[in-house]
Design a binder for this molecule. Structure first.
Ligand code: SF4
Ligand code: FES
Length: 241
């Protein structure tokens, strides 16, 4: 039995915690899945999408950024929190232009997979149908801003791993969008390379390598054969944080 001094309560179950762990890390280590979109285990947590929202001692927090301590009480799968996460995902779908059946990333997209896992069956909100750019200027990479969820993973990867600072967010509120670091504003005029980490972290289909979209058939893709829940928990087991 776990030492109660080193456990916290997760939906009423005592779960072991080690010093410095976030709620997300401790939950995953115990086999409890928390949906995430802007989180990537190789980068510092960012806390922007809020899809990982839980309650810590009665207060709403993001599980990916918030440390947990022995004795804490965390609520994860309450009806209220499930509804909140569904609303956040529905809002992301209506805020951009996401047409899953015709998207090359279908089956490999975290937003789509999280939507399925949370039981999102419709948009709920009126679609905003924003008018956003598609930048096909680069010979090998397509930038489809209609699908961007502003998670900043490409921004972080380009700055921290590639050391190029090719991507940034610009503007506020509904006008906030991803921009590239070139006077022309075109991806072709940056020093982006196919080997850049920034090309492999996009959770949706906003940054795509050209001519590769249908190499893996529908039905054989990342989340077609194993659910996002299983994949995330297996990854956490292989690479405990
Ligand atoms: Fe995130 Fe992809 Fe948008 Fe970059 S392009 S901010 S990785 S959704
Ligand atoms: Fe925690 Fe986005 S995954 S805020």
């Amino acid at each position: 039995m776990s030492d109660p001094k080193n456990t916290f309560s997760l939906d009423g179950h005592e779960v072991p915690v080690t010093a410095g762990q976030t709620i997300l890390q401790a939950a995953e280590a115990s086999g409890s899945w928390i949906p995430t979109l802007c989180h990537h285990p190789e980068f510092e947590p960012h806390g922007s999408c809020r899809v990982c929202t839980v309650k810590l001692n009665g207060r709403t927090v993001s599980a990916c950024t918030t440390p947990v301590r022995a004795g804490d009480v965390v609520e994860l799968d309450t009806e209220e929190l499930k509804g909140l996460r569904q609303n956040l995902v529905q809002f992301l779908f209506t805020e951009g232009n996401h047409f899953c059946p015709s998207c090359e990333q279908s089956g490999d997209c975290r937003l789509q997979a999280v939507g399925y896992a949370l039981g999102v069956t419709g948009g709920h909100y009126n679609p905003l149908f924003p008018s956003r750019r598609v930048d096909a200027s680069h010979p090998d990479v397509l930038l489809e801003l209609n699908r961007c969820i502003l998670c900043e993973l490409c921004v972080r990867a380009s700055a921290q791993v590639d050391k190029k600072d090719i991507f940034a967010l610009s503007g506020r509120g509904i006008d906030k969008q991803l921009v590239v670091n070139a006077e022309s504003g075109r991806l072709a005029d940056t020093n982006l390379a196919l080997s850049d980490k920034a090309l492999s972290v996009c959770p949706v289909g906003a940054i795509l390598k050209k001519r590769q979209g249908f190499l893996v058939p529908i039905g054989k893709r990342t989340y077609d054969e194993r659910s996002i829940r299983e994949r995330d928990l297996d990854r956490a087991k292989e690479d405990p944080q």
